[in-house]
Design a protein around this ligand. Structure first.
Ligand SMILES: [Zn+2]
Ligand SMILES: [Zn+2]
Length: 613
């Protein structure tokens, strides 16, 4: 073979043909790294094939063969190619997503290659494990892991939170008497751990999202815990979702895939109800709290649009719980003291200079900060526009709630939870938390007060009810006594499902609405995102591209809309989005890869997000 087919980790399709100098002929391997000149830069590339002929005139020569060993075996090459076909990125970008960052270089590594021997029959099985209580599924995990080990197979367990990893490791060590490898991206030990997995020295791998690419052979089992967690979708290009990659990998490698959750994603629930994956329900054993919906609608009107923080009903409930020396959780999904600072004289709202976002007031630091880009400034005493000192802070955040409770109940010990670790051994009467608390386990409160979820429900996002339901279901498991929810939308099916303790009701109603609107899971969506520093230019280029995609759009794909993103400005960049829908993501990706090929406007960056969440 005289030519190598090479891909690089840039947003350019390939593979590109390179000439193999004779001295490298013995060393080059498909699935290994090579150093090549691309454009005018020397970059690491990945050999994905070899050929005797090329139709390129005078191809460049490979500069160096980095690995004697195969970093990406046949299956991993296939998986990364699938990723690039599904998520509209180049094969090289997909490969770099799958490899530890330390391998995306031209640095040599020592790898004792092991011949992998996959002798597996049977077929893939995908199971949605719906764990209503949220603490029964570990028994199933252990039993399934044991079975995989008994069959000399390997397993991957994926978690959404770093704090779950040490706990999971301890449970596995105790029950199975085996030490799992922990793959954790961008840590000093990552490459060593990756190599030890590649060399076959470990059977079980624990990790976060990127562990789905663990180079295990003879894979028998993949478990994704809390499969509905949005962190499983990567927020950078390629915007892959770990569940999708796990399904593709499990099918190819004939492994079992378990999707565990106490409140499954609508996508998985839909697949289960349609009979396309299996469904196992772990029934409820513990008691659920009494739920009381308090409508804040009329009070809201009576107070002339002044926000109701604590309704009289919730105040009474809180008082009696405090009298009994019992524990309360108040849920308010807003950090800071006030959600906006306003000059009452000229109506100026203080916004982040880099983002189109209101700055949040933090009382203790006496500063305004942007929760998107971390911009901070001292809280102003005088309005810069009109020199008035009539600046007010509106919209209750967790900090203001804390001071309000302290004022009303001076004896109560209050703890604001800004971090999951804040919960450890903390003694308090009243805990104040944002949605972060739903990631904690083994909590038990006598009273849970949900102060505001309406904002979440009103948000212009068809996934908003699902997100609100996930938060509320998470809270539901944290009390066996009382839960009080303040809302102006008491009739919403999200609350009705909670009141009736019937999550199926929520899923069915939500699916009915999504079907009517042809939203996922009944279709696939994609965003083409354009960003740049100059607002007018981003808008112009977006409009031209929108028109062009419309004119080229094939059957089965619809170009739905062009809009500024929400928020429109982030970290100094302006964002516009073209929304596309289609029956199959691969068709959307094929269309976009052709349409966007060579598409370039200076100062504008175009990216694609398939199945946005
Ligand atoms: Zn002013
Ligand atoms: Zn900002």
């Amino acid at each position: 073979m005289r030519y190598a087919k090479v891909v690089v980790g840039l947003p350019v399709e390939g593979p590109f043909d390179y000439f193999i100098p004779p001295e490298f002929n013995q060393h080059i391997k498909v699935g290994g790294r090579v150093k090549v000149e691309f454009g005018h830069k020397k970059v690491p590339g990945y050999a994905v094939g070899l050929a005797a002929k090329t139709c390129i005139k005078n191809p460049k020569a490979i500069l160096q063969v980095i690995d004697d060993a195969v970093l990406l075996d046949r299956r991993m090459l296939w998986l990364t190619k699938e990723l690039s076909n599904y998520y509209c990125c180049s094969w090289g970008q997909a490969i770099e997503t799958a490899l530890p960052p330390a391998l995306r270089t031209t640095k040599k590594i020592a790898l004792n290659e092991k011949k992998s021997c996959d002798k597996k029959d049977g077929s893939c099985e995908i199971i949605l494990l719906h764990d209503l209580d949220g603490n029964s599924r570990w028994d199933v995990y252990i039993q399934q892991l044991r079975q995989a080990l008994d069959n000399n197979q390997t397993a991957i367990l994926i978690f959404s939170e770093t704090h779950s990893l040490p706990k999971a490791k301890a449970v596995i060590e105790k029950n199975l008497n085996i030490t799992p490898a922990v793959l954790y991206r961008n840590t000093p030990g990552e490459l060593k751990e990756w190599l030890s997995i590649k060399e076959g020295r470990t059977n079980i791998v624990l990790g976060l999202r990127s562990a789905i690419f663990a180079p295990l052979s003879n894979l028998g089992l993949i478990i994704i815990d809390q499969e509905d967690d949005p962190v499983y979708k990567q927020d950078q290009v390629p915007h892959y979702h770990v569940r999708e990659i796990a399904m593709v990998r499990a099918k190819k490698e004939k492994a079992k895939l378990i999707l565990g959750s106490s409140h499954p994603s609508l996508e998985s629930y839909y697949l289960a109800k349609a009979g396309r994956i299996k469904y196992t329900l772990l029934p409820r054993k513990r008691l659920l709290p009494q739920i009381k919906l308090v409508s804040t609608g009329s009070e809201y009107a009576a107070r002339k649009k002044k926000e109701v923080i604590l309704s009289p009903y919730l105040l009474d409930a809180l008082r009696s719980v405090l009298d009994n020396k019992a524990k309360t959780l108040l849920f308010l999904n807003r950090r800071g003291f006030a959600s906006r600072a306003v000059c009452r004289h000229c109506n100026k709202i203080f916004k982040c200079p880099r983002c189109s976002i209101n700055l949040v007031y933090h009382f203790n630091q006496a500063e305004l900060s942007c929760h998107y880009c971390n911009f901070k400034m001292p809280a102003p005493a005088i309005c810069p526009d009109c020199n008035s000192d009539y600046i007010r802070y509106l919209g209750t955040g967790a900090e203001r709630l804390e001071s309000e409770i302290a004022r009303l109940f001076p004896q109560a010990k209050i703890k604001r939870v800004d971090n999951i670790t804040d919960l450890k051994d903390s003694q308090a009467d009243v805990f104040i938390a944002t949605s972060l608390i739903t990631k904690a386990t083994d909590l038990n409160f006598d009273l849970i007060g949900v102060l505001s979820v309406d904002e979440a429900l009103n948000y212009i996002d068809f996934r908003a009810p699902e997100k609100a339901f996930r938060n509320l279901s998470g809270l539901l498991g944290m009390s066996e006594k009382t839960m009080v929810i303040q809302t102006r939308l008491a009739g919403h099916h999200c609350f009705q499902a909670l009141l009736n303790k019937d999550s199926d009701f929520f899923y069915k109603e939500e699916l009915r609405q999504r079907r009517q609107l042809s939203f996922p899971p009944y279709s696939h969506l994609a965003y083409v995102i354009l960003r740049g520093r100059k607002e007018a230019r981003v808008k112009d280029v977006s409009q031209t591209l929108f028109a062009r995609l419309n004119s080229e759009c094939p059957k089965g794909i619809k170009i739905l809309s062009l809009n500024p993103a929400q928020p429109q400005k982030l970290r100094g960049n302006f964002y516009w989005r073209i929304l596309i829908s289609g029956r199959s993501t691969k068709n959307i990706t094929r269309f976009l890869k052709i349409s966007l090929k060579g598409y370039s406007h200076s100062g504008i960056i175009v990216t694609v997000d398939i199945d946005p969440i």
